[in-house]
Design a binder for this molecule. Structure first.
Ligand SMILES: Cc1cc2nc3c(=O)[nH]c(=O)nc-3n(C[C@H](O)[C@H](O)[C@H](O)COP(=O)(O)O)c2cc1C
Length: 189
């Protein structure tokens, strides 16, 4: 049986540097027990999981409201369920917890500006680029896919709230997805 390779980790002050500053032909290794002191490393590790990028949109008394989100995940086909999570430390959290309906708008590669806008500003709705959906939440135009949902329930998830939604309407367009990997936007090659 092949012996497991012994990884030599290059010495560096910063553990994140240590994880990347090794010769290309050797695997980088940085293993740790997550705790309050190394949250940055955990964020970096989690960022290795490349995702698509969505904007979750809701209707509020002040008008349409949104947030850039990559925690979106499919859950169930029957019934059709999806989830995403919202940071409880965000001032936007309460709005999303209270919203009975929401839309998950899956962004295309040419919508990086939309992702940037909604990361900074929940009211970043540009005229002509969105519409009122038929299920009580705004829908962004020109997305790769949209999922108009009714909130099924939400759960406590540490410093986030996990929102579970039932898909009432799914819409798919042709196109190429916007991706997010290690803190940067990208697309499929
Ligand atoms: C690619 C990307 C994905 C994000 N995903 C999430 C997410 O899943 N949940 C979340 O609560 N915030 C997420 N954020 C952060 C929010 O979009 C937004 O930047 C943050 O809520 C701003 O802080 P504030 O609400 O306190 O102003 C993401 C940001 C980016 C750029």
């Amino acid at each position: 049986m092949a012996q497991p390779r012994v990884c030599r980790v290059a010495a560096a002050e910063d553990p994140l540097e240590r994880a990347v500053n090794v010769p290309a032909n050797e695997p980088a290794a940085n293993s740790f027990v997550p705790n309050r002191e190394n949250q940055r490393e955990l964020r970096h590790a989690l960022g290795c999981f490349g995702t698509g990028v969505t904007v979750v949109t809701i209707d509020t008394a002040e008008g349409p409201f949104g947030m850039t989100v990559n925690s979106f995940s499919s859950v169930s086909l029957d019934p059709p369920l999806i989830l995403w999570s919202v940071d409880k430390r965000s001032a936007r959290c309460r709005n999303f917890e209270n919203a009975e309906h929401f839309t998950v708008n899956v962004l295309q590669q040419n919508q990086q500006d939309v992702a940037g806008d909604f990361a900074k500003n929940p009211m970043a709705f540009r005229e002509g680029l969105w519409r009122n959906g038929g299920y009580g939440s705004p829908v962004l135009n020109h997305c790769l896919a949209t999922f108009e949902c009714v909130r099924e329930t939400h759960y406590a998830g540490g410093d986030h709230t996990i929102i579970l939604g039932r898909v009432l309407q799914a819409t798919v367009n042709n196109g190429v997805p916007l991706l997010f990997f290690r803190g940067e936007f990208g697309s499929v090659a």
